[in-house]
Each structure stands twice: as structure tokens, then as C-alpha cells.
Write a protein that binds this ligand. Structure first.
Ligand SMILES: Nc1ncnc2c1ncn2[C@@H]1O[C@H](COP(=O)(O)OP(=O)(O)O)[C@@H](O)[C@H]1O
Ligand SMILES: [Mg+2]
Length: 438
């Protein structure tokens, strides 16, 4: 797939921000290979940062405190001038334009959500949300209408007349988000926007942000020092360390292929269950038969994969259900040619984008490896319980023996029946493969 350049909304190219005196000289020295710590009297807050943020994505900048995240975002919103390098917003290179033009670009494109909400305490919630519109010169009735509409969007319908102090922290930050949305810009900058909130509220806010984003499709640059938050929210993540971006990738890239020891150490305690999806860990389904297969084929497939059942699909690979060994065995013994009458509609399926956290219950309920289906209901993969546990990384349980809910019919019995039978002719000895043999 080729990326259309129109899809890139923010682009940084070799961006530097150095605080102190003789900053150009410091950039020259950094470019020549000097280490950040070798520079005297200056702080190189951002060093040679290059990245592209695509329209509609959540791009997370993650790093420890002091790694340069806020400085980076402040260059994007024009609060800091870059010491070197270029920054492009839309099709406008902003590092070389006039103050006036820069202000216009900020106003038209960029809104910011702050860590400490920065609400005006003596104004009502609705007036806070309407504030950017007031700055744009929108009349009061119109801007209050708009404010109340957006408050509804962030789940605060009916709270417009309250003062910020009457709201909880999480609600205040939703006001902060509503205010950022009011200006209707395409870029939302969020600097540690949830970091001041209690963990549970924070989770809720993260989920709400994703919900909101599904509706609004903004371009969001989200800064956090919390890798779990980064992994949960980010379409892509830039990991910063000491002013430099050390890796840019999807959460899966960063989790499964960390660029260096630093990132690897960081990802060790990530909550993989919230990051990895069914699609990330699924395996090729082997125990699958088409609905046109005969019972012998189905039984052989089960025997070869040591399973008590198989998935049955139609000719477009859409999942029809499961077939159990004892039913297949019975059909073989009766000399039946078709399995269609005994396919059970009890397949436990999950979506390809479901996170692992949502797979535990299906995994427990399923007699087979959980079936992963795409939007069209096609069987695209399976997730055996062992795979699910292994994907969560080392830990208790990962190596434990897992008992199957249904014990397969012993292969010796299956082999006997297959040997004694052929399609269209029943087996003589009814004792073989009977329920007692299980
Ligand atoms: N206005 C400033 N003047 C001087 N140094 C600064 C300024 N802003 C940030 N710094 C320094 O730049 C580095 C990066 O800071 P910052 O971008 O705030 O990091 P983060 O947001 O990742 O915590 C730090 O060493 C910080 O002390
Ligand atoms: Mg910061």
C-alpha cells in the first residue's frame, strides 16, 4: 500500500530544540556526533526528531519525565521556536513563517488539552467550553448552543450551568476535552491529559477518548509517560529518551520488536492483555473441514490433530459450526456420506481486533481453540488456550497443564473404525467406538 502524502498532517524533519546560549553551535556539535551530556551550559531537549503524523491517527509520544515530550509538543503548537529542522502542518512549513501566519495556523488547526485542565474557575462549564468560540468572535447564543452540543458528546449533557469546581477531576478533564473540540480544529494536542487523574477514572477517560475518536476522527498527538496508556491509545507510538526518538511503531511493533534494550526494559511490564489483539496472536486453523467433506475426512482430521472436534466452514470459509468426534464416528459407522446434519452451532468466536483481555472467557467456554472471524464471518484463525497464555508473557499459569473440557475419543478407536469402514457401508461391530470406549 502506498501512502498518499495528503494523509500526513504533521511532519517533523530533523527537529532540534536547545535551551541556553549559543544554541546553533550546540546543534552543530550534536550533528557532528557529540553526546547530549557533553554540551556545556545548554539543554538539548529535543534532538533530531523526525516523524509523520497521519490524518486521523492517535500518535503517542511516550518517554520518562525530562525526555523532551512537552518541548516537542510546544514546538508543534508554536509556543517554542525550533532551534533547527523543519516542522510542517498541513502543507505549511511553520518553522520559517511570520508570527501572524503562525497564529492563524494554530487557530485553524490546533487545540490543546492540558494536564491540569486549565479551566476558568469563575465561568460556567458551558462558558469554558465556548471560550475558543468567543475568541473567534462567535456570538453568545450560537457558541452556547455549540458548547452544549459538545458537552453532550463527552457525556456531560446537562452540566453546562455548573462551575468547574462542582465537577469531579474526570469530569473537569472532559470539559477540557470539550473545550478543545469546540474550536473544531483537526489536530488535538494532549500533554499528559490524563496523568492527574485517579487510575480508574483514567482508564475510563482512555476508553472514552477512543470512543470519541471513532466518531470524530481527529488527528491526536497524545503525550504520556505511561507505557500502558501509550499502548492502549496509540495507533503508533514514538518512544523518546533523553531528547531523542528511539523508536516509532505500532504498539505491537514496540511490544514484540523493541528497537533496543531501553525500550525492551520499558515494555517488560506492559499489560499485554490490553494491547495485543486476536489478530496478533492467532494461528492458522488446522482443524477445519468444509461442510462438503465426508465424515471419514472429518474424523481423520480430528485424529491427526488430536482434537475432539473440528470447525466446519462453507465454501467461502464462513464458519458454520463444529463437528464432534463421536458424531463423526457415529456417521462413519452408519456409513453416512454427509456431515451437514450433525454440525453444531456452538462455535465460540471472537473478532480479529478484540484485545486479549476479552478472550479469556471465550477461551474457557470453547471446547476448541477459539475461532477468530473477520467482519464477513470467515474463519481467519484460531487461538488455542496455550497460545493465549503464552502471548501474555512469562508468568504463573503460562506453563501449567491445561485440561481439555472434552476428552477426545482415543485414536486407537478412531483408527479401528476407519479401518473397518468405508463410506456408504455401515460398520458391523457396534461395540467399537461406542460411548463405553471413551
Ligand atoms: N523553557 C525551558 N528552559 C530550559 N530548559 C527547559 C525548558 N523547558 C524544558 N526544559 C528542559 O528540557 C528537557 C525536556 O523537558 P520536557 O520537554 O518538559 O520533558 P518531558 O515533557 O518529557 O518531561 C528537560 O531537561 C527540561 O529541564
Ligand atoms: Mg512534559
Amino acid at each position: 500500500m502506498t501512502e498518499n502524502t495528503n494523509d500526513v498532517l504533521v511532519r517533523a524533519d530533523g527537529l532540534y530544540k536547545v535551551f541556553g546560549r549559543r544554541t546553533q553551535e550546540a546543534v552543530d556539535r550534536l550533528r557532528a556526533g557529540s553526546a547530549r551530556d557533553d554540551l556545556d551550559g545548554v539543554t538539548a531537549a529535543v534532538i533530531d526528531a523526525s516523524f509523520e503524523v497521519k490524518r486521523g491517527e492517535i500518535f503517542v509520544v511516550m518517554g520518562l519525565s525530562g525526555s523532551g515530550k512537552s518541548t516537542l509538543i510546544r514546538m508543534i503548537n508554536g509556543l517554542f521556536e525550533a532551534t533547527a529542522g523543519t516542522l510542517t502542518i498541513g502543507d505549511q512549513e511553520i518553522t520559517s513563517i511570520s508570527e501572524k501566519k503562525l497564529r492563524a495556523i494554530r487557530r485553524d488547526h490546533i487545540s490543546m488539552v492540558f494536564q491540569h485542565f486549565a479551566l476558568l474557575p469563575h465561568r460556567t462549564v458551558a462558558d469554558n467550553v465556548a471560550y475558543p468560540l468567543e475568541l473567534q468572535g462567535v456570538g453568545r447564543p450560537e457558541r452556547l448552543d455549540k458548547a452544549n452540543e459538545i458537552l453532550g458528546l463527552v457525556g456531560l449533557g446537562g452540566w453546562g450551568e455548573k462551575l468547574p469546581s462542582e465537577l469531579s477531576g474526570g469530569m473537569q478533564q472532559r470539559v477540557g476535552i470539550a473545550r478543545a473540540l469546540a474550536a473544531d480544529t483537526d489536530i488535538l494536542l494532549m500533554d499528559e491529559a490524563f496523568s492527574a487523574l485517579d487510575p480508574l477514572i483514567r482508564r475510563e477517560m482512555q476508553e472514552q477518548l477512543l470512543e470519541l475518536q471513532q466518531k470524530l476522527q481527529k488527528t491526536i498527538i497524545f503525550i504520556t509517560h505511561d507505557l500502558n496508556e501509550a499502548m492502549f491509545l496509540g495507533d503508533r507510538i514514538a518512544v523518546m529518551r533523553d531528547g531523542r526518538i528511539v523508536q516509532i511503531g505500532t504498539p505491537e511493533d514496540i511490544l514484540t520488536d523493541p528497537a533496543n534494550d531501553y525500550v525492551e526494559q520499558f515494555v517488560q511490564d506492559v499489560d499485554r492483555a490490553r494491547v495485543l489483539t486476536a489478530g496478533n496472536v492467532m494461528e492458522k486453523p488446522i482443524a477445519v473441514v468444509p461442510s462438503t467433506a465426508g465424515p471419514r475426512t472429518a474424523l481423520k482430521t480430528m485424529r491427526d490433530s488430536f482434537l475432539s472436534a473440528v470447525y466446519v466452514v462453507d465454501r467461502d470459509r464462513r464458519l458454520l459450526g463444529t463437528l464432534e468426534d463421536r458424531d463423526a464416528l457415529r456417521l462413519v459407522r452408519k456409513g453416512e456420506r454427509s456431515i451437514e446434519g450433525v454440525v453444531k452451532d456452538d462455535a465460540v468466536t471472537v473478532g480479529i481486533d478484540d484485545v486479549l483481555m476479552d478472550l479469556f472467557i471465550p477461551a474457557v467456554e470453547s471446547k476448541l481453540a477459539v475461532a477468530v472471524t473477520d467482519a464477513a464471518g470467515r474463519l481467519v484463525g484460531v487461538i488455542p488456550r496455550m497460545t493465549l497464555l503464552a502471548a501474555l508473557g512469562p508468568g504463573p499459569g503460562a506453563t501449567e497443564e491445561i485440561s481439555l473440557p472434552v476428552q477426545p475419543v482415543p485414536t486407537t478407536v478412531i483408527d479401528q473404525v476407519l479401518a473397518d469402514s468405508e463410506d456408504g457401508r455401515p460398520v458391523e461391530s457396534p461395540a467399537v467406538g461406542s460411548e463405553e470406549a471413551r
